[in-house]
Write a protein that binds this ligand. Structure first.
Ligand SMILES: [Mn+2]
Length: 209
């Protein structure tokens, strides 16, 4: 059999879309994803800077992403950011399915002026987060920079991925955070691609992921 073209390989993988609703006493969230999208985003979390970061995931990950979150922002942003991470992780896990033909690994370096971050991801089936981001400011607009960790921990636990995040350089906290999300998006995009040379094959010598 000839190796299919990339679009043929993607078509063989089927529709990689999912929608997840998660309601608790703290947040009410609906996330819809199309992993083979064009970067279209419709985001409403009530935290402007967080919407700006989620927009990076859609745009640079070429994922169509709709997120609506009604969270308890009268307390603070913690539950909103963590629970969006959890629900996005659930949606990605559902959309990615059995991982046949998946490239599985992805990595990216992304700069923004003085800031530089590196993100490496593996759709390993095992949750694991190693994150080193020395934010130079506690707050970025109305967003608590510490919640970046909570977002990625929630994502990792429910997408069942191994994720290494390093901010290597940076002075401006907005830049630091934006390079992390952009590098995450690019790494995600690479890992989620269907490899035309491995259509129908689960990328593990174990035979499952
Ligand atoms: Mn920005």
């Amino acid at each position: 059999m000839n190796t299919p073209t990339a679009p043929q390989a993607a078509a063989l993988a089927g529709d990689r879309v999912a929608s997840v609703t998660r309601n608790t006493a703290e947040t009410k969230i609906t996330v819809s994803v199309n992993l083979d999208g064009t970067g279209r985003a419709k985001l409403s979390t009530g935290i402007g800077f967080f919407d700006h970061m989620l927009d990076q995931i859609a745009r640079h990950g070429l994922i169509d992403l709709e997120i609506d979150c009604q969270g308890d922002l009268h307390i603070d942003g913690h539950h909103t950011v963590e629970d969006v991470g959890i629900t996005l992780g659930q949606a990605v896990a559902k959309a990615v399915g059995d991982k046949k033909g998946l490239r599985r690994y992805g990595h990216a370096y992304v700069p923004l002026d003085e800031a530089l971050s590196r993100v490496v991801i593996d759709f390993s089936g095992r949750p694991g987060l190693v994150m080193h981001v020395p934010f130079t400011s506690g707050m970025i607009g109305g967003f608590d920079s510490q919640l970046t960790y909570e977002f990625f921990q929630g994502f990792v636990n429910h997408a069942f991925v191994t994720l290494h995040i390093d901010n290597l350089k940076g002075i401006n906290a907005h830049h630091q955070c934006e390079t992390v999300f952009k590098a995450f998006a690019r790494a995600l995009r690479s890992a989620l691609e269907i490899d035309p040379r491995s259509v129908g094959v689960i990328p593990s010598t174990k035979g499952s992921l």
